[in-house]
Ligand binder design. Sequence first.
Ligand SMILES: Nc1ncnc2c1ncn2[C@@H]1O[C@H](COP(=O)(O)OP(=O)(O)OP(=O)(O)O)[C@@H](O)[C@H]1O
Ligand SMILES: O=C(O)[C@@H](O)C(=O)CO
Length: 420
Amino acid sequence: MLLGCIADDFTGATDLANNLVRAGMRVVQTIGVPGQDRAVEADAVVIALKSRTIEPDAAVAQSLAALRWLRARGAGQIYFKVCSTFDSTERGNIGPVAEALAGALGADVVPVCPAFPENQRTVFKGHLFVGDLLLSDSSMRHHPLTPMTDASLVRVMQRQCRGRVGLVEHGVVRQGADAIGARLQALQAEGVRFGVVDAIANDDLMAMGRAFAALPLLVAGSGVAIGLPQNQGLAPSAAAAELPKVSGARAIVSGSCSAASNAQVVDFISRGGEAFAVDPLRMAAGEDVAAAALAWSEGRIAGRPLLFYATAEPAAVKSVQARLGVDEAGALVERTLSTIARGLVERGVRQLVVAGGETSGACVQALEVQRLRIGPQIDPGVPWCHAPSPAAGPQGLLVALKSGNFGTADFFTKAFALLD
Ligand SMILES: Nc1ncnc2c1ncn2[C@@H]1O[C@H](COP(=O)(O)OP(=O)(O)OP(=O)(O)O)[C@@H](O)[C@H]1O
Ligand SMILES: O=C(O)[C@@H](O)C(=O)CO
């Protein structure tokens, strides 16, 4: 195994696996740390954790367990995949996990770069931009679990780390791989452990890929992955892996409250799509909303795709959180949506789109999925995948795990059109 990857959420894991596959690597994605006896035949393994918003100690423990599994199978380099919008709480978990991995690997200097220009995430002078906006001015400031109110990655990372954090500026990055490597070494000599690296275009990521070839640990979004397979002489491949054909009913489960997911829900409904709104206050009042949703699906499920959504605008999310508490509201919605996802698959859904990283984690766990095979890309960062699941029988099912902010407005329609 050339590359061992630890992703802090499930949509992020498929995003990374998708970029590695497209750049020419054979990739296996596992849900959680696989059993000790599990052998793998792949250039890269991506272990998907659900560690982004849990307690830092638990995130560190899970990430170190993943590291042990990967190193025992010879992983040459470790890639800690974080969100392209650097989603984290004040306590972490990017800093604590990165420091624990760096300590275990003896990594003296570690590059940090969430840039993904194909999805409008760029880093300049250490500041993260989402499209034309600073991260702190983007819709990420309203995220239900990880509101991002500071665009300076050096500052955000420094608040989460004991080691010092420095910057590799774009002026250096555009001089190429040697200059990037030299700057990282200079930072290390100054006692800096983490170097936030600027990147505004894919050329920057390709140069980084060469510069990072011999480093034991990278902390990055999925963008940096496009520059790594070239180090092994692997060539980019636009032809995504073929997936087995799986036919059956179609559904979408959306628990993401991002601006993109809100627009996608509106677009789906405005095209006449049938949708069931999952209301957290009804759940909190003790109603069995999952049972109501599944009863509603009876008689409809074999027709056009059905949408089940808790997706709401920031003001509505805030008011629910004020009444239930942030964590309790999130957990309640995740429990209900994942029960719905499981029930839908038991009732014949075999092509399932899930929107939101935490939501995807909950749904994939409810479906007892242990690994995913990556297929064709729907939009940058979001592929269709094949997943074996006891709920789906021998054929398994097709799932697309959509990161909250990814995908065009017509994503929910486009995803199924790709399978036709
Ligand atoms: N109406 C709602 N009120 C309160 N919380 C909600 C509501 N709808 C969803 N949630 C919660 O908000 C969180 C959304 O996080 P999730 O990771 O699923 O989406 P995202 O952050 O947009 O996606 P990504 O992590 O891929 O960027 C989940 O915990 C979900 O349960
Ligand atoms: O990097 C991203 O933006 C996504 O892969 C993600 O992690 C969303 O949760």
